[in-house]
Ligand binder design. Sequence first.
Ligand code: GLA
Length: 403
Amino acid sequence: MKKLLSLLLAAALPALPALAQKFEGLALTPPMGFNTWNTFASNINEVLIMETADTMVKNGMRDAGYTYIVIDDCWQLMQRDAQGNLVADPAKFPSGMKALGDYLHERGFKFGIYSCAGAKTCGGFPGSQGHEYQDAKLFASWGVDYLKYDWCSTNTRDPKEAYTTMRDALYAAGRPVVFSICEWGGSKPWEWAKDVGHLWRTTGDITDCYDCTQRWERGWKTILDLQRTLVQPNDGQGNGIGQFAGPGHWNDPDMLEVGSAGLTFAESRAHFSMWCMLAAPLMAGADIRHVSPEILAVMTDKEALAIDQDRLGKAAWPFRTEPGREIWVRELADGSWALALLNTGDQTAELSVDFHHMWFLGGECAIRDIWDKKDAGTTEKAFTKRLDSHDVALLRLSPLKKK
Ligand code: GLA
């Protein structure tokens, strides 16, 4: 009887694998774009979104790959309407979400929105719990291409169940959507989320400092440390949290604070470099309308972005972690390696890398210094560079002989 019932049910539902296929291939490299939360929190509206999009067209960010524009929390009204639908706050979004989605699509962007697996969002607006299918349909009708799905007010809800329910609701709505799991790492989503979402947050929220901790927020270096320690061992033998990242499914150490006021230029550049090393999603969080040319040059640097977007999708692992210095390495699709040398000390320092211990290189490599835009000899000799406190040298090591 049970078997007959499930057969009948299966026949009545659209074939899930066919729907699922539409979602595959959406994030073969880490998603890139802009998200409102880090700078604007609840202070958002359609003019901000349109101005940001226009700026990203003019300043080259869209063409560099930053195509997802995501409206985070606080876009909603406090109550659903009589039909139970979420309502965009008309004071903030007077033209409506469909019109805003069209505006973005017409300019070559994708449209992202936020909701939450609990009864309420973290900002206290209505969440999607119990309304998953209705909300997914509404988002599809607005032309939404990306959903960030948060974890506030979830009480005893099981994360895998909650996120799978929303994934199935998105499948049922039939519009391909990048599904961004924002559960903060508590249930180790890297172990279960690969077939549920395209990216999953590994930690709590980032804030614009180097290594501070305030409430549930942390600086980027503290978050980087967690990427190293959350999964042990993390030793370059295929272990560590990086093993869970790959085409279509990414660890998300949170959005970028690059260009935010609490970071020095060196800290912003190192933060960006390390997120590229981690194969992290690159969601800009600063006010794009007012970033400096130097920060813009960092965020649109082709050689750095080529590391983040490398099609092999292998994340970096920490080769050396010592007082004052960290070295992270990452294998790339063309047989070369990316290497980040980070000055973790609070003084300018002359730091070196000796490549002779790097068995994985498999022979002599040419060194490209990405931030200095120059070739820097070969791995036969140690590489040495004077680095400001919290700055980084980002290198690409290319084998001189084909392996
Ligand atoms: C949580 C998330 C943040 C942001 C806020 C919005 O804290 O982790 O990224 O979306 O909620 O309220």
